[in-house]
Design a protein around this ligand. Sequence first.
Ligand code: ZN
Ligand code: ZN
Length: 272
Amino acid sequence: MQYGDKRRINGLEMPWHPLQIVTWFLYPMIIIHYFWFLMPLLWPNIADIIVVTVIFGLATIIAFISAYEVCHIDPIDPLILSKDNNTGDDRINCYLCKVHVHSSSKHCRFCNKCVYRFDHHCKWLNTCVGGNNYRYFLGILMSVGTQVSISFLLSIAYLVEIYSYPNKYNYRIDNPHLLGLSEDGVKGVLIVSIIVLSPLIALLYQLIGFHIVLVSKGLTTYDFIVEQQRLQREKNNIQRQTIAKSSQNMTPQKVNQNELELTKIQSAAETV
Ligand SMILES: [Zn+2]
Ligand SMILES: [Zn+2]
């Protein structure tokens, strides 16, 4: 979704992206799920309730602050705002912004502006992630990762307990705070929780691991993608040269097959 010539300031600005609305709808579900369902199951061990809920609660607060900051901060290259149009080795010209910006900046076609130390445009938050708000983006990943880990581990632990220690489990579901869920109801919600949380936790862990590697190497997501594309192009060139060499001294039929291979490689290169 592009927004014409208008420059977006931040992720809270209209028009909202459909995926952003999905995020706003789904994220509270993780909180409701814990406080409505998982926390009461910790009953009657008050110490467990306090420890787990304090960690979950802190992660929730960090997630809200990080989400607000990442969406509220304008990640624009400050040189656009300062109208400092000096040239230099660390500057590049953006013909769309009509100004010289930092060489690490990239023009985002969704936000219609150059973003300082551009990482990526996040449709789930409807804003760019760059040098100005990247640490808050990491804050979201870490805090939501903590929340989902707690929910996932508790769900697994309860389900194991149901089949291993049914007496202890019965003790738990006697809890009046469980809103009258039956034994089968609790089992059903636990199974659905694990099914829903499994892909979410896999995605979050993959993202956290990816960004830890990026930070350790001083790269952005954009740098990583550009490097991957460069390596792919090099690989395609080597394949082309190899096929072109082997085409010499071949029968016309084999040459036609190799030409077909070359066309496939060229198409693949154009799409990366
Ligand atoms: Zn620009
Ligand atoms: Zn953007």
